[in-house]
Design a protein around this ligand. Structure first.
Ligand code: GDP
Length: 425
């Protein structure tokens, strides 16, 4: 039985918590895309953790945590994260890494940084984790799969020599930066190889047998639908697919095996990086929501940057659920809205004098103005409530309004950052 947990919005929907919760009933948790460029926040009996690459099942002894072939594998970062959780008293996670995962190279981070510097005021707002250069290289067929790090020496040296030729031309003529030395890079990659080899497996065989023997498998998505390179706010997206559908490729599972797609939807909006954000708010309203948002404020888990804030966006979230193929929604951070007398929600976009309800392509999106509707607030703290019926009436009305707009059932409501703040419907 394969389930996927993915985001409907711009990321930071609270997927980490829902994954951590569902990981307890899973045998295998898999990261299938992205890299160390976003963070999941998990709060459990060991403390508070920001995971960037480790799958969210890492706190459960009985779970095998897999880095799938679709991930941008930053080896030193992964090993550091592993060491960090162990140092904080977590039993060593059971980790495996696909031999086909590609390696995030030291120069990917440099090129990410140099390119953002070159773009200056036109920059993407990259986390500078090397993700865009990594995926460019993967699809230009000049990436390195993990197995290459500890395979034939001559082959690896030859490949390095060929690939740094173009990299050094760019460093010299475009960015005017120090060049890459082939021997140094070779030694660095061999070092990576030694670090990662104990975890590397043939993930295709592993997954084949896991599915066949009925293992409970959880695909863990990073970021959300609106950051998907095909369906998101292109080009202000990430560089690998954030959709559940890609989970079958990035983990190596047959498409028809995914039976449940749990899409995490946030009760208000937040986004990092540049790009259209129709329901965005500014000034004091934004500061207040940012301060109260998430667990201790809405600041990036990877960069610490203040997140852009906005009201709930029905147009974007319905679309976000639709492109995921959502079977049920987990509605999160609802407790945060308890301070408002009235809660604005965006129910349509006004574009070129017309109101639309279907999420448009980027040009129209950039011209869109939000059509807002105000719902009555509930003016109290809902943390600690365990049963749906015990939520204040206006709070239930808010959930039910959103559910109707999303056109998919909300089955999980998250009313606080900790694992126990959860209401099942
Ligand atoms: P992810 O990338 O989707 O996993 O999102 P994050 O891990 O960045 O989660 C966003 C923040 O919201 C984190 O600080 C979580 O601890 C916090 N969080 C998750 N669910 C809830 C909730 O229901 N209420 C509140 N107040 N905070 C939550």
């Amino acid at each position: 039985m394969v389930k996927a947990i993915v985001g409907a919005n711009w990321g930071d929907e609270g997927k980490g918590k829902i994954t951590d919760m569902l990981a307890a009933d899973s045998d295998i948790v898999i990261r299938f895309q992205g890299g160390a460029n976003a963070g999941h926040t998990i709060i459990n009996e060991y403390g508070k953790f920001a995971l960037h690459l480790l799958p969210s099942g890492s706190f459960n002894r009985n779970v095998v945590n897999m880095i799938g072939n679709g991930v941008a594998l930053d080896i030193p970062e992964l090993i550091k994260e592993l060491d960090d959780v162990v140092a904080r008293g977590v039993p060593k996670p059971n980790l495996v890494v696909s031999e086909r995962a590609q390696v995030l190279m030291p120069y990917h981070k440099l090129f990410d940084k140099y390119e953002e510097e070159r773009l200056s005021d036109r920059q993407f707002g990259s986390t500078k984790s090397g993700i865009a250069p990594f995926f460019s290289d993967k699809f230009s067929k000049i990436g390195f799969q993990v197995w290459e790090l500890f395979d034939d020496e001559k082959r690896l040296r030859e490949k390095i020599k060929n690939i740094i030729e173009i990299k050094n031309l760019m460093l010299e003529h475009i960015y005017h930066k120090p060049l890459i030395d082939a021997d140094e890079l070779y030694n660095e990659l061999r070092g990576y190889g030694e670090m990662i080899e104990p975890y590397v497996i043939d993930s295709v065989q592993f997954m084949h047998h896991a599915v066949k023997s009925g293992k409970r498998i959880l695909l863990e998505g990073q970021l959300g639908s609106l950051k998907d390179p095909d369906f998101g706010i292109y080009p202000m997206t990430t560089s690998s697919s954030t959709l559940a559908g890609y989970g079958t490729v990035g983990a190596g599972i047959a498409p028809y095996e995914i039976k449940e797609i749990i899409t995490v939807v946030k009760a208000y909006s937040s986004a990092v990086g540049a790009g259209a954000f129709v329901s965005e708010i500014f000034g004091a309203d934004a500061d207040e929501l940012r301060k109260r948002g998430g667990d201790g404020g809405e600041f990036g888990a990877t960069t610490g940057r203040p997140r852009r804030m906005g009201w709930f966006d029905c147009v974007a979230s319905r679309y976000g659920c639709r492109v995921q193929g959502t079977t049920q929604v987990a509605f999160t951070v609802l407790d945060v809205l308890g301070y408002l007398d009235e809660i604005p929600v965006c129910v349509g976009y006004e574009v070129d004098g017309e109101v639309i309800r279907d999420f448009p392509t980027t040009g129209k999106l950039e011209r869109a103005k939000p059509v807002l509707k105000k719902l009555p607030g509930w003016k109290c703290d809902i943390r600690g409530i365990k049963k749906y019926e015990d939520l204040p009436e206006n709070c239930r009305n808010y959930i039910e309004f959103v559910e109707k707009e999303l056109e998919v059932p909300i089955k999980i409501v998250s009313n606080g950052p900790s694992r126990k703040d959860i209401i099942l419907r």
